[in-house]
Ligand binder design. Structure first.
Ligand SMILES: [Zn+2]
Length: 697
């Protein structure tokens, strides 16, 4: 029933975007591309998406396990069956797996907690073997101590504890999930001397306070556990900045940037058994969660025991496998359009990230069909699945580090699919240079429920004013685009369909949950795959790469305002006039380039002209990276966005300058403003070079 509605809307879809000119195409090329895309986006289907989802979700497939090697084989076999050239890259990663975990209340009333997630009736994979409830890269240890409640475990929460005269030194800290990346919670707990950290999912965050809990509803039940890595740097911690290939030198564990205390995620059912016995100070304002008693901070009198051991002494290195399906380009084979999603999970992982893998597979199948029908893309398209993303973006990071020279030279764009479908609410983001193209593609793909295009439904849900566009996300970090964007300055985009859910990193993120709550008809899986199909084809076939540096410059100018205010508030003698001027310069060059591009495309430029133009365009965002990286984190070379080092999830734009302001360092701020100005001038020059190339100069 739902499928036939989807087909009907698909037939109307061709008219949705037909009037829009296609940026970066000659008039004839645009017509061909519209036809090609409207044929290709019919290929992804809810039926194949559901079949692949079921197969890839059949068991827990954590990186480094035999089950995860089976997903590699499945993906490669699928891609081969569609006629794609394939490749597997293996890396050995320092990645200890837990061998045991125990959490107990020692007093009052001793109680050993059941830490695993129990089976649910009607949900077959919930009864299968599951991964231990230990955070990835937890330290080992066996600690018995008083418990202290630290709210979210943020830097400001510890400051509040200090002001109350409460220390976690030698204690077991218990923090709730939310407001920061769990790696930051672990780092702060260890910094303040905690002997162990428990992180629990408060029902206010994604449990019964929000909605009905699984299996009656999509939210987290009292036994649900959010696993997840606490590694703060990206990639294998034993090979920082270079690929984990055979024979490379490795740091010993004492020199790695990893946690040294046990860090264990628990359910709110178990957390309640500790929290309700804590006394001492009542919870400060804002620290009360959703459990049905008043929270206290402690320390104690409740005592707990946390014990974790792993296999680091015997078998710390695990093999991981990235897979690639490759379609060689007919005209510009050395220009690469890459789309990828991570293939590993913490459980069956139907949403995170079988859904992203399925979207990549659907696009690969669609493009393979078009190639068989004779429509080979002009550029090379690479369909990747990454391993060990969940441990710290490891598979994609090792690949990027391993192949950085080629990628810096040849990658046109990276498109990321992480949780592509677990609801119906569209969201997208990435480099501002690719946002207009993503919006345009969203205009050409029908919404699965027949409400016009994905774009129209997105606008309706976002309730934006007529002239405004729906908000889009910035690439700060947190998924596989980081190596491409934050390390190398390759433009990226990402999108997906979200919804309400409380099974993130739980055994219950599985096929039964997805078919009941997330995406019952797999329509949104197929739609994510349709967007993926159109995105890779649009980028691969463009005569002139469809980056929009006008939108990019305008976005950057918005981020300049808070910097100017900070500088003024501090009465610093730091002038941002030239930085503003450089961003204005980039916008002027980009606007004038767009006019020149459209007039040259109308006259039929030569292949050499296009090649030179595109080579220059590819340098724009590369120019906004700095080889020596940020002062705080040299791996992060992009000066446009980074994940906030004090939060891990929050995004910080123009980080070289903003980190200097945060450090309250006037001289550094001046140096960084000057440095960033020079780089924006170089980016503007790259656009000017592209314009000159268009005119054959
Ligand atoms: Zn994910």
């Amino acid at each position: 029933m739902k499928t036939s509605i989807a087909l009907l809307t698909l037939l109307c879809a061709a008219s949705l975007g037909a009037q829009q000119p296609l940026v970066g195409y000659t008039p004839a090329g645009a017509a061909r591309e519209r036809d090609l895309e409207s044929a290709a986006i019919k290929q992804p289907s809810p039926t194949t998406a559901a079949a692949n989802s079921k197969e890839l979700s059949r068991e827990t497939h954590v990186a480094g396990t035999p089950a995860q090697a089976r997903t590699r084989d499945y993906v490669i076999a699928q891609m081969k069956s569609w006629g794609l050239e394939t490749e597997v890259r293996a890396y050995d990663i320092w990645m200890p797996h837990p061998t045991s975990v125990r959490v107990a209340r020692v007093s009052p009333d001793p109680k050993q907690f059941a830490v695993a997630e129990p089976p649910i009736k009607g949900d077959p994979t919930s009864a299968l073997a599951q991964y231990p409830t230990v955070n990835g890269y937890s330290g080992q240890g066996d600690t018995t101590a008083d418990v202290v409640y630290v709210n979210y475990g943020l830097i400001e929460d510890y400051a509040q504890l200090d002001s109350m005269g409460i220390s976690v030194r030698g204690k077991i800290a218990i923090a709730r999930y939310g407001r920061s990346f769990r790696g930051i919670k672990a780092r702060e707990a260890e910094k303040h001397g905690a002997a162990a950290l428990l992180i629990y999912s408060d029902p206010q965050d994604d449990g019964f306070v929000v909605g009905d809990v699984y299996p009656d509803g999509p939210m987290r039940n009292s036994s649900g556990v959010q696993r997840g890595s606490i590694l703060n740097p990206d990639g294998d911690p034993s090979t920082p900045g270079y690929g984990s290939t055979v024979g490379v030198p490795r740091l010993t564990p004492d020199r790695m940037e990893i946690s040294h205390i046990p860090v264990v995620p628990i359910s709110y059912g178990n957390a309640a058994e500790l929290l309700k016995y804590i006394r001492g100070s009542g919870a400060p304002r804002g620290w009360q969660g959703g459990l049905a008693f008043h929270y206290h901070v402690g320390p104690g009198p409740v005592r707990a025991r946390v014990a974790v051991s792993d296999d680091r002494a015997n078998k710390p290195l695990k093999p991981i496998f990235d897979t690639f399906g490759i379609v060689r380009g007919s005209e510009f084979p050395n220009e690469l359009v890459i789309i990828g999603g991570h293939r590993d999970g913490w459980g069956p992982g139907t949403a995170d990230n079988v859904s992203g893998t399925v979207s990549v597979l659907e696009a690969a199948r669609a493009v393979a069909e078009e190639v068989k029908a004779g429509a080979r893309p002009k550029r090379t398209i690479i369909f990747a699945t990454w391993d060990a993303e969940e441990w710290g973006l490891i598979g994609s990071t090792e690949f990027v580090e391993d192949d950085s020279l080629r990628l810096s030279r040849e990658a046109v764009a990276y498109l990321n699919q992480d949780v592509a479908a677990q609801g119906s609410r569209f969201g997208g983001g990435g480099s501002p240079a690719l946002r207009p193209m993503l919006r345009d593609v969203a205009r050409s793909v029908p919404d699965p429920n027949g409400k016009g295009s994905v774009y129209a439904e997105w606008r309706r849900a976002a309730a934006v004013a007529d002239s405004a566009e729906p908000a889009m996300g910035d690439p700060g970090g947190g998924s596989d685009f980081a190596g491409f964007y934050n390390h190398l300055g390759i433009p990226i985009a990402e999108w997906g369909f979200g919804g309400q859910g409380g099974v993130y990193h739980s055994q219950y993120d599985d096929y039964a949950w997805m078919t009941k709550f997330g995406d019952p008809g797999f329509l949104y899986h197929a739609t994510a795959g349709r967007i993926a199909t159109a995105m890779v084809l649009r980028l691969a076939n463009a005569d002139v790469l469809p980056y929009d540096y006008v939108e990019f410059a305008r976005t950057m100018r918005r981020y300049l305002q808070p910097i100017e205010k900070s500088v003024a508030d501090r009465h610093w003698s730091v002038s941002t006039t030239s930085l503003r001027g450089a961003i204005d310069h980039l916008e002027r060059e980009a606007a004038s380039f767009a006019v020149a591009r459209d007039s040259v495309l109308a006259t039929g430029p030569t292949r050499a002209t296009l090649a030179h133009t595109n080579q220059a365009l590819m340098q724009v965002e590369r120019a906004l990276t700095r080889p020596e990286g940020l002062r705080t984190r040299p791996w992060f070379r992009s000066l446009i966005y980074v994940a906030d080092e004090n939060n891990g999830y929050a995004n910080m734009p123009l980080p070289s300058v903003n980190e200097a302001i945060r450090a309250n360092d006037e001289r550094l701020a001046k140096t960084e403003v000057d440095d960033l100005t020079a780089r924006f001038e170089r980016a503007a020059q790259a656009v000017a070079d592209a314009k000159a190339a268009l005119r054959g100069r």
